[in-house]
Design a binder for this molecule. Sequence first.
Ligand SMILES: O=C(O)C1=C[C@@H](OP(=O)(O)O)[C@@H](O)[C@H](O)C1
Ligand SMILES: C=C(OP(=O)(O)O)C(=O)O
Length: 439
Amino acid sequence: MAQNPAAHTALWPAPHASGAVDATVHVPGSKSVTNRALVLAALASEPGWLRRPLRSRDTLLMAGALRAMGVGIEEGVGPEGTGEAWRVLPTGLRGPATVDVGNAGTVMRFLPPVAALADGPIRFDGDPRSYERPLHGVIDALRALGARIDDDGRGALPLTVHGGGALEGGAVEIDASSSSQFVSALLLSGPRFNQGVEVRHIGSTLPSMPHIRMTVDMLRAVGAQVDTPESGGEPNVWRVTPGALLGRDLTVEPDLSNAQPFLAAALVTGGKVLIPDWPARTTQPGDRLREIFTEMGGSCELTEYGLVFTGSGAIHGIDVDLGDVGELTPGIAAVAALADSPSTLRGVAHLRLHETDRLAALTKEINELGGDVTETADGLHIRPRRLHGGVFHTYEDHRMATAGAIIGLAVEGVRIENVATTAKTLPDFPELWTGMLGA
Ligand SMILES: O=C(O)C1=C[C@@H](OP(=O)(O)O)[C@@H](O)[C@H](O)C1
Ligand SMILES: C=C(OP(=O)(O)O)C(=O)O
């Protein structure tokens, strides 16, 4: 998807909060749930509904890719009217087709296994950064499971999957220490492989476990049989039995990682924010914010209306392992830079391979505003200092843009370069942010 070059150089004056925020913020649907639901619906044996899907760059790329492979995704009428739902009509997956993955980890990892099931060649390409993000776990595993893939030997994009209409499947070993999405990708398509799939992670650490649980839960919800380490299986081994998937009617939860900047606003300004429809039970990593932001000085209450998060006026540093919830790191780092004591964020070495090298980017941008951040082997040390205004660069990373906006609440004169990059998962961010402040 082409991006507007002018948007990259544009500077967005991050609003400075004149007082405590007091707002209700309706956060759009989860990226991770929407893109899993699209894949599972496309692989099902009957039509399904997806209600309140996220419509952002990453999810529109996923929908576009599936459409290119022959899947019907129609606008439907949901509970709140037209545009609120997608009806997914699975058909025989076929090539030739070209998939633009943009810089979406979920699209570049989840779709090559789907393409291996298609009839015909599927070419994958994306943004320059997508060439640098690891994909070897998916490419090597698919080859071991019987797929034919042409790539340039780097274990990365661009590549062509020569779908043969079916895939043998079976047992495979992968090192998923650079991305949990390798495991999720193989499990999601696993029920459609002739022998199903058994994935054994043989690397060191495995990041983002809640996202693997999300994959397993969503597979089970559409009728798949999945054995996991948590259900009595071996550690680091997941097994999916071959079988047909049901078409379901699923309503997507709000994206709790995208709720983060709004909760942070309550923390930073000593205010209050209500996020409606916060799920009582969820596999989304953003749910950990209730605990993390409470330790950093706020308090929260899950009510029948949603999550009410209240700041106390004080912001404390934190020492925390974020390996399970890596995508929360930029927002936590931003709050930590404004705290009354130092922070250590650990367990997130793999963030160097995200949308940008997030550890380097956060260090550079916070320090250029006068901060004192150092990179460690697997995270950041953040010693709060008095910050000043300046340009906050975002490196085409949506979470860098929202991190800069959090700092801007407390520091006058922060200008965010390319705030439009939030369109990756939250196209309405600037409007939601100013709406929150004006409420
Ligand atoms: O499966 C998913 O939906 C995701 C898994 C995580 O990826 P990594 O394990 O690569 O960090 C997370 O950071 C990403 O935002 C979404
Ligand atoms: C790491 C992220 O995205 P992706 O799905 O592209 O990996 C993220 O959203 O923080």
